[in-house]
Design a protein around this ligand. Structure first.
Ligand SMILES: [Zn+2]
Ligand SMILES: [Zn+2]
Length: 339
C-alpha cells in the first residue's frame, strides 16, 4: 500500500527537522464538516519558533500550518459558509463557541480555544477537514495567492483596532506583522506613521505600503512622539524604544510574540499613564474585513510583494530553511489547485 494513501502532512519534528509524513484519512463526517484541499500556506514566525523550540507554549511534534487558503472539495449538509469549488480562508482559532468569552464575541479570548498548527494538528496536509463556521469564502476576483495573506493581515487589523488613537503611530518591526499593522492603520485613516525595521528591502516595502517615515533601528529621533506604538518584535530593546516614543496618556500595543516574560520600562509607563495592551490573533470580523480590503480599491496593487518565495509541498523543509534569511518576508508552501 502507498505510504501516503491518505495524503501527506508537514510535521515539525522533535529532531528540529521538517518531515513529510503520512496523513490520517480526511473525509466529511459531521454535518458541519468541510473537506479542503490547501492551495497555499504561509509560514509564520511563530511556526519557526515552534520548530526551534522557542515558542512560549508549544513544542514539537506538530503538524504545522495556520495561514491557509484552500479549495472546498466537499461539505456536510449543514454547511452554509461555503460550497464545493469555493476558495476559502480558514480561521485557525478553534474556539468553543459556547463559553462566556465566545458568547461576548471575543472568541480570541476563549479559554478553551486551540489553534490549528499549535495546540491542534495544522492545515499543512493534502486534505484536511474543518468545521464550516471556521471557513471564510474568498470574494470573487481575489486570487488564492493574494488570499493566503488574509490571516497575517488579520493580525494587523485586530491590533489596529486595539489602539484608541492613530493620529501619530510608531510601528516597530517591518516583517509580515508590522507591514500588516501598517496597512491596517492606513485603512483606518491613521495620520503620520513611522516604521522602524533593520532590513532595507522591508523598509522599501513599508514605504511602498504608505509609511510616512521609515527608519533603521536607532535612528528614531528623540523628538518623535506618538499616540500609539505597536511593538511587533516584543524584545526588551524594542519595548524600551516604543515606550520612550509614546506620549503621556498614549498606548503601547504588544503585537509580537515575546519569547517569554520580558521587561518593560515600568517607571515611565506608570508615571505617564501609558496603557499597555495585548493583542492576540483576531476575530471573524477581522478576517472578513481583510477579505473585503483585498477585494476593494484601497488594496495596494503590489500587495503580493509580501510573498518573497514559494515552494511545492515536497520541499516544505526548504521552505522552512528559507525563512532564516532576513530578506524573506512571507514564504509559501503550495499545492496544485484542484479547481
Ligand atoms: Zn501566522
Ligand atoms: Zn469559548
Amino acid at each position: 500500500m502507498n505510504a501516503f494513501a491518505h495524503g501527506r502532512q508537514v510535521v515539525l519534528g522533535t529532531d528540529g527537522a521538517v518531515h513529510l509524513e503520512a496523513a490520517p484519512p480526511a473525509a466529511v463526517q459531521a454535518r458541519d464538516d468541510v473537506l479542503l484541499a490547501p492551495v497555499h500556506l504561509g509560514i509564520c514566525g511563530s511556526d519557526v519558533h515552534v520548530l526551534r523550540r522557542a515558542h512560549p507554549f508549544i513544542a514539537p511534534p506538530v503538524v504545522t500550518g495556520h495561514e491557509c487558503v484552500a479549495r472546498v472539495i466537499a461539505t456536510g449538509p449543514d454547511v452554509t459558509s461555503c460550497a464545493p469549488g469555493d476558495l476559502v480562508v480558514v480561521n485557525p482559532l478553534i474556539s468553543c463557541g459556547h463559553c462566556e468569552r465566545c458568547r461576548e464575541g471575543v472568541a480570541n479570548q476563549c479559554p478553551n480555544a486551540k489553534v490549528l498548527g499549535f495546540g491542534l494538528p495544522g492545515l499543512a496536509r493534502d486534505r484536511v477537514v474543518v468545521a464550516g463556521r471556521f471557513c471564510h469564502r474568498v470574494p470573487e476576483g481575489v486570487a488564492a495567492r493574494t488570499a493566503v495573506l488574509t490571516e497575517p493581515l488579520a493580525v494587523g487589523w485586530h491590533a489596529a483596532g486595539r489602539a484608541p488613537g492613530l493620529d501619530r503611530v510608531l510601528i516597530v518591526g517591518g516583517g509580515p506583522v508590522g507591514l500588516a499593522v501598517l496597512l491596517a492603520v492606513r485603512a483606518r485613516g491613521a495620520g503620520h506613521v513611522t516604521l522602524v525595521e533593520p532590513v532595507a528591502s522591508k523598509r522599501a516595502l513599508a514605504a511602498a505600503f504608505g509609511a510616512d517615515q521609515v527608519l533603521a533601528p536607532g535612528k528614531l529621533p528623540a523628538s518623535r512622539q506618538v499616540d500609539t506604538a505597536f511593538d511587533c518584535v516584543a524584545a526588551p530593546a524594542t519595548l524600551a524604544s516604543a515606550v520612550a516614543a509614546t506620549v503621556p496618556g498614549g498606548t503601547l500595543v504588544v503585537v509580537g510574540v515575546p519569547s517569554g516574560d520580558t521587561s518593560v520600562p515600568l517607571a515611565r509607563t506608570q508615571r505617564w499613564e501609558i496603557d499597555i495592551r495585548g493583542t492576540g490573533l483576531y476575530l471573524d470580523r477581522d478576517l472578513d474585513a481583510v477579505l473585503a480590503f483585498l477585494a476593494g480599491p484601497s488594496r495596494p496593487d503590489d500587495i503580493t510583494r509580501l510573498i518573497t518565495s514559494e515552494y511545492d509541498v515536497e520541499r516544505a523543509a526548504d521552505a522552512f530553511a528559507a525563512t532564516a534569511d532576513p530578506e524573506q518576508t512571507k514564504v509559501l508552501i503550495s499545492w496544485p489547485d484542484p479547481a
